[in-house]
Design a protein around this ligand. Structure first.
Ligand code: UD1
Length: 415
């Protein structure tokens, strides 16, 4: 297990270039199963979740080449419909292979998918969607089997679940006839998925809305597509910059993809300069406030933990209401050991009393976004912070030891 060692407090200075979005890349890799031609993904983040999806694709028979953030997938040799069990169990996003596999083979099998330990994370919305397409589902010995004699379009209701919406879309693009997806999630990564599918020849209307219409086509072709910047990585570095009183400039910034995040931080006193596709974080004095996580364009649950650390530096008592997942406050005990004053009211609510000085400690990252919170805490803290189990953070953040070093942080990664 690797660790980050940060000597703080840090002041960040310079330019930050975000990687491509993890939550877009994973689904686009799965989407390559919908064609027999080559799919080339530019700006693909070099993170462990992407490597997991690549190995799942290879276990199905695809050939891949991943260099300098360009991922080439040749799916022509895909001849299996059950991705490797051990890898599928590790990553929850493996569920998005099911829609494309059904479109390709009319059947699919998958081990019960895993992922971050942030609550129950049921799969009922996915199963409902597949049943709505008339697909038969069997669950035996911890793996699911899906099958249908012929895939036909349908009305589906993924209930605002991101990956269930993506499964609904990818199941429909090659199905016979029309499909309508009601109560579709509208996260920007879903829009990006629709854009790549359109570039492959899919007929989809309603990108970025809660009602998506799809007219099934007979065949999709290959494509070359640039993945959108990672809005969660951008939000994380914004929190890091504000929490350390730093001024940095973030490139490839798309305000429209950030939902209410920027507005919410501004209401707490944060100051930004946004010009062309750059955002500069300005030194700001933050006040306490209330954050409620919501589906897009509400406050992203993935930015809840970075914001919680930021609020340890704001004056007054803040409250965070986590409305999506019931176990997403795994970082509190570690932050309190560093000097934060955070009280957990119940599974969904925390109270943060700030501002507090943080001091370096030996801490352990428990899930991906909790890891992001601890890295920011390490930047704020005085002295040496050792963040163990950084591998879990690297599921979603590409080479942050290099990115933070470039911003002037004293950080090393040790294996
Ligand atoms: C995706 C993102 C994740 C983000 C989350 C919410 C990927 C790979 N991951 O995860 O980073 O935190 O969206 O924005 O894109 N739910 C059910 N039944 C289901 C599915 C979900 O009740 O079958 C509930 C969940 O428990 C949760 C809510 O719906 O309360 C949202 O989950 P969902 O949108 O499905 O999250 P993921 O797609 O797994």
């Amino acid at each position: 297990m690797s660790k980050f060692i940060i000597n703080g407090p840090s002041t960040l200075k310079g330019d930050f270039v975000p990687s491509g979005a993890k939550n877009a890349a994973l689904k686009m890799i799965a989407a390559s199963l919908l064609t027999k031609d080559k799919v080339i993904l530019e700006n693909c983040p070099d993170i462990t979740d992407v490597h997991s999806l690549i190995s799942l694709m290879e276990s199905l028979g695809a050939k891949t080449n991943f260099q300098n953030n360009i991922l080439e997938i040749d799916p022509s040799g895909v001849n299996k419909f059950r991705p490797d069990d051990d890898v599928a169990k590790k990553i929850r996003a493996s569920i998005v292979l099911v829609g494309p596999l059904l479109a390709r083979f009319n059947k699919a099998q998958i081990a019960h998918p895993g992922g971050c330990l942030i609550g129950n994370r049921p799969l009922d919305a996915h199963m409902d969607v597949f049943r709505q397409y008339g697909i038969k589902i069997n669950y035996k010995d911890k793996y699911y089997s899906f099958s249908t004699p012929i895939l036909t379009g349908a009305k589906t209701f993924p209930c605002l679940s991101v990956t269930a919406t993506e499964n609904a879309i990818m199941t429909a693009v090659l199905a016979k006839g029309e499909s309508t997806i009601y109560a579709a999630a509208a996260e920007p990564e879903i829009k990006d998925l629709i854009l790549i599918l359109r570039s492959m020849g899919a007929r989809i209307r309603g990108a970025g809305t809660h009602n998506i219409s799809i007219e099934g086509v007979k065949k999709l072709s290959g494509t070359r597509f640039r993945i959108m910047p990672d809005r969660i990585e951008i939000g994380t570095i914004i929190c890091a910059s504000l929490a350390t009183g730093s001024e940095i400039t973030i490139h490839d910034f798309r305000e429209k993809d950030m939902g209410n995040f920027i507005y919410k931080l501004e209401s707490l006193g944060a100051k930004f300069k946004i010009e062309n596709s750059k955002l500069t974080v300005l030194k700001s004095k933050l006040n306490s406030g209330r954050i409620d996580t919501r589906t897009y364009p509400g406050f992203s649950t993935d930015l809840q933990s970075p914001t919680a650390v930021l609020l340890t530096q704001a004056g007054g008592v803040s409250r965070i209401f986590e409305t999506l997942f019931e176990n997403r406050f795994n970082f509190i005990a570690e932050l309190n050991r560093m000097g934060a004053k955070i009280k957990q009211i119940n599974d969904y609510v925390i109270e943060i009393d700030g501002p507090t000085k943080l001091k370096g400690a030996n801490i352990e990252s428990s899930d991906l976004r909790a890891g992001a919170a601890l890295v920011i805490a390490g930047l704020i803290a005085e002295g040496k912070t050792v963040i163990n189990n950084i591998d879990i953070f690297e599921r979603g953040y590409e080479k942050w030891e290099n990115k933070l070093s470039k911003l002037g942080v004293n950080i090393i990664k040790e294996k």
